[in-house]
Every structure is written in C-alpha cells, then in structure tokens.
Design a binder for this molecule. Structure first.
Ligand code: FAD
Length: 477
C-alpha cells in the first residue's frame, strides 16, 4: 500500500504539541518536515542578531525532537516547495498561518500555484487565539482601541479552542538529495555578544512548558501589581517562546483556566490573560493596518520634528545616558536579550520624547537585540509609546526616569545589578546621582562624568521642547 506524503512547513510554530497544521499532516500519512530560511524579507525586518541566535537553538531542539529528520533549505519558499513537489511524490502541503504582510502575500501566491498544480493545500491557525478578521465592530470595521477590542470583541466571542493532541507517532521522511544543514544557515555569529545569551536562556518547546508551569505556580499570584517591578519574578518571560511558537497562546490560555490554578486571585489570572490579549491586539492591528511597522498610525506625526543626533542614540543604545533606570534597561537588553516591560516603556519614552529621536531608531535597535523581537508587538508598542499609534499613550504622558526608578525599583536591586558602578550609592540618590553630595559620591567610588555619565539632557528642558513640538502638530491633521 502506498502512503500519502505531505510537506509540513515549519515557520513560527517550532513545536510538536498543539500544532494543528502538523497534526493534520500526520493524520493524512507520511510527513516531510521542512524549515526554509528566507533571507528576502524587507531589509529592516531581516532577522536581528538575537533572533538568529534563538532560531538556531530552537531549530536544533526541534530537529532533535523530530529524530534529526527536519529538512533545512535556504531560499524562496514558493520555488523550493514547488520543486520538492516535482521531485518527490508529494500530494499535499500543510502550514500554520503567519501574519507579517510579506508572509500573507507569499502564502496567497503559493496557494494559487498549488491549486493550479492540483496539490492539496491546508493552512491553520497555530499562533493566535482568534483570527484577526473574526473580531470586528458591529459596523464591520476593525477596532482601533484595546479595551473595546478585548472586552466587547474578543471576550464575547467563542472561547479559544483547546490545545490539540500531540501526534502519537509521526511517519517522518527526509529529502536524501538535500545537502543543506542547520549550520549552513550561519545563524550564529562569531561575536561574543550572541553567545552570552546561553547563560540566561534555555531554548525549546520543553523549556517553554517548564517556564509556564513555574510561572503559574510561583509568579502568577500578585501578577497584577508585581508585573511592574523589574526585580520581581512576576512576569513569565515567555515572549521569545511565543514569538517562535515553541508554546502556543492556546496552551497558555487553557493552562491558566486549569483547576490547579483556581486558587490564584482572579484579578491576577485575568490581568495575565489580558496581556496575551495585547499580543492578539498587536497582531490584529498589523493584519488590518499592514503599514503599522513603518508608518505613523496617526498621520500628523509625519510632521513631528524628530532630530537626528547620533551621539544621543549611541548613549541610549550603550546604556550611558546618565539616567540609571534607562541605562539599567538598555544594559539588560544588551546582556540578556530581554528587557522588562515597565523598563521598555521607560527607555522608549526617553528616546522618543526626551531625546526626540524617531521611534524607528528604537524599533530597529530592539529588533536587533531582543530575543523576542516580533513585528506585531514591537511595532505596536513603539507606536504606543511614541504617541503615534492606534491606541497610544497620550503624547504629554512622559515617563520620568527618576520617579519611575524610585517607584518601580525602590530598593534599587534591578538598577544596581545592571549599573554596578552605582551600586554603593544609597537608594535616596540612586536614580539622581547628580544631586548626591560630593562626599557621598566619593565614598561610593563615583566620579560623575568619568565612572558614570552626567545626564545627557535635562529632563525639564527636554520635556518642554517635546511638548512644544507636539503642540505644533496637534491640531492640523
Ligand atoms: C517599546 C516596546 C517594544 C516591545 N517589543 C516587543 C517585541 O518585540 N516582542 C514582544 O513579544 N513584546 C514586545 N513588547 C511588549 C512587552 O514588553 C513584552 O511582550 C513583555 O515584556 C515580555 O515579557 P513576558 O513574557 O515576561 O511578559 P508577561 O507579562 O509574562 O506577558 C505574557 C505575554 O503577553 C504578551 N505581552 C505582554 N505585554 C505585552 C504588550 N505590552 N504588548 C504585546 N504583548 C504583550 C507577550 O507575548 C508576553 O510574553 C514591547 C514593549 C515595548 C514598550
């Protein structure tokens, strides 16, 4: 008896559990699992350095889980898949959908070609709780504000599907003619920077599940308040796993609803789920407004007088702005490939409002350095902080890095960890070292301007300039 052979095309769903596309392919017969590295994505959105590191390790893990039978290719997915169909006796192709505008375009084209060639083609939803086109306002238009999207649109719809079962056995095939290997992708660089991530992260589906369980047991209680404090363990750190699809939002959603966690306060469970809701909203915005990663959602920001100041940008990137909480965040990012959400908001506000640098510059730096760099979340979040986004923070809301530090890192644990040259400074002056008495600075071994920078801008003056700039664009649309 001949068995039907299908391609399963792995993309941002690098897992075996709750993988609807893979399961459907397995149920049909033998599977040729493929991963295609496509380097022709738009220039600014080519994989960043941190993402390349994660992808390498994620594929290593997935390949192990697939008994070393994952087939690696580099090039244009459409040409490669059509070629594989010609050379192997393949009668169907399966994948889970992606939502980057260029992926949507590519998938549509591929579907057309497969139909023409009479090849069965099936795509599934593996990475969003709800398809973006399923939630619309009563008048049929998309929501632009999170709360009505989530409360009226999302939560009132059908409950997200349960995670699907793990295939018991996969009849895996390999492409013997293919000589490409994972190391041929050259995802790892020789730079020391990339290699230190291994101290902080274990990549892969198994670890994602472990992290989720640990978080549900130890971090979810008090999430609502605790999530704002960067030194506390009240955030899940699941973002890179979610981005690469080593865990699905369905697995997270349903785990939170399990009986085991019923004793955790509802406010904490609901707040955590609403953050997963923010992820859905970012993808929703990207789907309905595909220029979100590049164009100001509010066109008036096209007239905003951003400045081009490479020294400011470099000081920000290197964590040398003279504002300790900003510098701690930027150094956390550089060292670990991650930054706590509260601190992301502080550093982003500082770049676009106090330093008046275009949000594209922050977007690009995060894109290169974040292990969870994600087109939807990064674009929506930068526009949110810049004030140019769909449901943006009002422009006049500027995060004051001194008061934010004092409020959310009051005991200084986080800041002292990443800015060790200030570690001897008492809490009172930790977030404003320039106000510390000279004797105290001396006793703490700090020479401002030498061992730690003086602030690169004045908060009051830069705030005044930013608000004036905003006044200039506010009324004309
Ligand atoms: C300027 C800026 C840039 C950002 N860039 C990214 C990015 O490239 N990739 C990314 O995944 N997140 C981004 N975020 C959102 C957020 O900071 C991270 O998702 C979060 O810090 C990840 O940590 P966690 O997994 O511990 O979050 P948790 O608090 O445990 O939340 C669970 C999950 O919910 C989602 N989530 C949480 N907060 C948000 C949010 N504000 N917006 C969208 N989804 C959210 C994430 O998938 C996260 O893993 C950005 C935020 C800002 C302010």
């Amino acid at each position: 008896m001949t068995t039907q052979l299908s391609i399963f095309w792995f993309r941002q769903d690098l897992r075996i559990s709750d993988n609807p596309g893979l399961l459907a392919a397995v149920q049909r017969g033998a599977v040729l699992p493929v991963y295609i590295l496509n380097e022709s994505t738009p220039q600014v959105f080519q994989l960043g350095g941190a993402s390349r590191w994660w992808l390498h390790h994620s594929l290593t893990q997935l390949n192990q889980d697939l008994e070393g039978k994952l087939n690696f290719y580099v090039g244009d997915p459409q040409c490669l898949i059509l070629d594989l169909i010609k050379t192997h006796d393949i009668s169907a192709v399966f994948w889970n959908r992606c939502y980057e505008p260029w992926q949507i375009k590519q998938d549509e084209e591929l579907k057309k070609q497969l139909k023409k060639s009479n090849i069965e083609c099936n795509s599934f939803n593996g990475s969003l709780l709800r398809e973006p086109w399923e939630t619309l306002k009563p008048d049929g238009s998309p929501y632009k504000v999170f709360t009505p999207f989530y409360r009226k649109g999302f939560l009132t719809g059908l409950a997200p599907r349960k995670p699907c079962v793990m295939p018991k056995k996969i009849n895996l095939m390999t492409d013997e003619k293919n000589k490409m290997t994972l190391s041929g992708f050259n995802l790892l660089s020789t730079k020391k920077w990339q290699h230190k991530f291994a101290q902080y992260w274990v990549v892969g589906e198994g670890e994602a599940q472990k992290k989720l369980t640990e978080f549900l047991k130890g971090g979810l209680q008090d999430y609502k308040e605790g999530r704002d404090y960067p030194s506390k363990k009240h955030t899940s750190r699941l973002s890179p796993y979610l981005h690469f699809g080593e865990i699905s939002p369905h697995q997270i959603w349903h785990a939170v609803h399990e009986n085991t966690y019923r004793s955790i306060h509802e406010k904490d469970r609901e707040h955590f789920l609403s953050e997963i809701g923010w992820r859905e909203f970012s993808y929703y915005l990207l789907y309905h407004f595909p220029t979100l990663p590049t164009d100001n959602f509010q066109p008036k920001f096209g007239r905003f007088p951003w400045t081009d100041h490479s020294e400011f940008l470099e000081a920000w990137q290197r964590g040398q702005t003279g504002y300790p909480i900003v510098d701690a965040g930027m150094r956390e990012l550089w060292q670990t490939g991650y930054m706590h959400n509260r601190v992301r908001m502080i550093v982003a506000s500082f770049l676009v409002k106090n330093l008046l640098q275009h949000w594209h510059k922050g977007r690009d730096w995060f894109w290169d350095c974040l292990l969870d760099a994600d087109l939807a979340n990064n674009s929506a979040s930068w526009q949110w902080v810049a004030g140019s986004g769909a449901d943006a923070a009002p422009y006049f809301r500027m995060f004051n890095p001194v008061t934010q530090g004092e409020k959310f890192d009051g005991d200084g644990d986080y800041t002292r960890r990443f800015v060790p040259e200030l570690s001897q400074l008492p809490d009172e002056y930790l977030f404003r070292p320039w106000e510390a008495p000279p004797m105290l600075l001396m006793a703490a071994g700090i020479v401002l301007g030498e061992t730690y920078p003086m602030p690169i801008v004045s908060l009051g003056e830069s705030r005044r300039i930013a608000l004036e700039a905003y006044e200039g664009i506010k009324h004309k649309e």
